[in-house]
Write a protein that binds this ligand. Structure first.
Ligand SMILES: Nc1ncnc2c1ncn2[C@@H]1O[C@H](COP(=O)(O)OP(=O)(O)OP(=O)(O)O)[C@@H](O)[C@H]1O
Ligand SMILES: [Mg+2]
Length: 499
């Protein structure tokens, strides 16, 4: 479906400013359709003297007359006469037309849309007596408001410049309407508005009172009337009730100036929404706090182990404990990262980076420097996957340092590459070290490091591991593989199970 902008560019001769005016009108006109209980179409004049529907809106308060999408169609002769008349006279024109889907004739109102000194488009409102609502006080009041807006549109006072409502939360007509007179006194309050006011303790009949007397949204109304533009404000009316209001002044040209003739306050009770926001906030904060504590506890454990190691004599025992300390620190790192993140998932590279730093600082010896790098993106992972994976990566990095660059070698580089799609995560650890021994078989490897890797990857995460000699083709960036087999690649593939 073509957009307003596309149609205007292809068929019309509106300039950017006028187009912005029409865009603002269309972003606001749900309210207009709701106030007049009818369908509205925006017609643009085309280069070949036709009128084309550039946008369409249906009322949430009434029945539609146009079953099909009208955008891109041109006006037929009956509509054309009225649209052309509204365009040339710059006045609102009303009449009767026939619409294909309707048996009876339909009432049509053509409203010239004025931007500065020029009429740039024509807005139509179509309604049928048969499908219309039974007139009551609400209906009569809304139609007079619509009438005010109609005059504003045809005199270039509506839409307001640069004021676009945030459509996701902005209150709609159906949420509640308070109509104000020129002195900001309540002329009418819709049933939903009355209910909202009841919830904040206003039990008197609001009509005739000012918002200040009622204690509802008075500052918003004052600002809107003074600035002559819509004002959105949220009020924590009581501890339980939060009202979101949008106050729109109605304006009239008088001589060379503009006066405020009244206004409408659209109000929505957003208490439930805000309560959920707050709950989410506290839930997030609690989760972060828990991770913070887990990290602290892990640090305490690793300090205790280190103390214990100092009393030991056996080299083997000392190095075993040192390794445990390193593994615990790795897990602590994950919780540290989680304690900064909002939500329960973490961006995996945010863990891999500090992990590399940890290895860079702690694991290697200065006589054979190894450079560590990470590339790609692992996406966001829940802690249940990120924690074992960081332990796995630590083991692989340690192996690269221990076995790839043993004593006497010149050092080199290690690259961790991450990639993911919605089904799985791939991690590749490549080093350009000495390479695997010719008789190496991962299934037969009995060291603790690869056992940990195997258990976590295949058993816990249902993934696969591959270890192979690095090939010249594996060279990436700083990591150069000079001859085939001079280096090791470990590839892990972890499926995401849709838990
Ligand atoms: N990047 C690598 N380059 C060369 N050989 C490797 C590499 N990674 C692993 N190996 C080989 O796999 C063997 C098993 O590794 P594993 O991590 O299981 O035990 P380890 O490193 O010897 O001891 P631990 O990790 O328990 O301290 C190593 O002894 C080494 O021969
Ligand atoms: Mg190892």
């Amino acid at each position: 479906m073509p957009t307003l902008v596309e149609i205007a560019h292809e068929h019309g001769n509106t300039d950017e400013r006028e187009l912005a005016h029409l865009g603002a009108l269309v972003s606001e006109w749900g309210m207009l359709a709701d106030f007049c209980f009818a369908d509205m179409l925006l017609y643009l004049p085309t280069k070949d003297n036709q009128w084309m529907v550039a946008a369409q809106v249906r009322a949430a308060t009434g029945q539609t007359l146009y079953e099909t999408d009208m955008v891109g169609l041109t006006a037929d002769s009956a509509e054309l006469a009225m649209i052309a008349q509204a365009f040339t006279t710059q006045k609102v024109v009303t009449g009767e037309i026939r619409v294909v889907s309707q048996i009876e004739t339909v009432s049509l109102m053509a409203i010239p849309v004025r931007c500065d000194e020029r009429v740039v488009a024509v807005l139509t409102r179509a309604w049928s007596r048969r499908s219309g609502r039974k007139p009551g006080q609400l209906e009569r009041t809304y139609l007079t408001i619509f009438d005010d807006f109609t005059k504003m549109i045809s005199t270039g006072l509506f839409p307001f410049e640069g004021r676009v409502a945030d459509a996701t939360v902005a209150p709609r007509v159906g949420d509640g309407v308070i109509v104000l007179d020129a002195d900001a006194r309540v002329r009418y309050a819709s049933p939903n508005a009355v209910s909202a006011m009841h919830r904040v303790g206003v039990n008197t009949n609001a009509v005739g009172q000012s918002l200040a007397e009622l204690g509802v949204a008075q500052t918003a109304a004052r600002n809107a009337f003074e600035r002559r533009e819509p004002v959105v404000e949220e009020f924590e009316q009581t501890a339980e009730v939060t009202l979101l209001t949008r106050t729109i002044p109605t304006l009239k040209r008088l001589g060379r100036g503009v006066v405020v003739t009244g206004g409408v306050v659209l109000l929505r009770d957003v208490s439930e929404l805000r309560r959920r926001d707050r709950l989410l906030l506290t839930k997030d904060a609690t989760i972060r706090e828990i991770h913070h504590r887990v990290k602290n506890n892990l640090q305490t454990i690793s300090s205790l182990l280190r103390l214990q190691a100092r009393r030991l004599k056996s080299e083997e025992a000392i190095s075993a404990i040192a390794e445990s300390v390193r593994r615990i620190r790795t897990i602590a790192l994950v919780h540290e990262t989680l304690s900064h993140e909002a939500g329960e998932d973490i961006s995996f590279v945010e863990i891999v980076r500090p992990l590399l730093r940890l290895v860079e600082e702690g694991l290697q010896s200065t006589d054979r420097p190894v450079k560590f790098n990470v590339q790609g993106d692992g996406g966001r992972l829940p802690a249940t996957i990120a924690t074992p994976l960081s332990v796995v990566i630590l083991e692989l990095l340690q192996n690269a340092v221990d076995h790839g660059f043993p004593e006497g070698s010149a050092g080199g580089s290690v690259l961790v590459t991450l990639s993911h799609d919605d089904k799985s995560l791939e991690i590749r650890v490549t080093d350009n070290g000495r390479g695997l021994r010719s008789d190496f078989d991962i299934k037969a490897a009995t060291g603790l490091g690869l056992s940990i890797v195997r258990t976590l990857v295949t058993t816990e995460l249902a993934g696969t591991i591959q270890m192979r000699p690095a090939l010249v083709d594996d060279s990436v960036g700083e990591l150069k593989i000079a001859t085939d087999g001079a280096g090791t690649v470990v590839e892990l593939k972890i499926p995401f199970t849709g838990e």
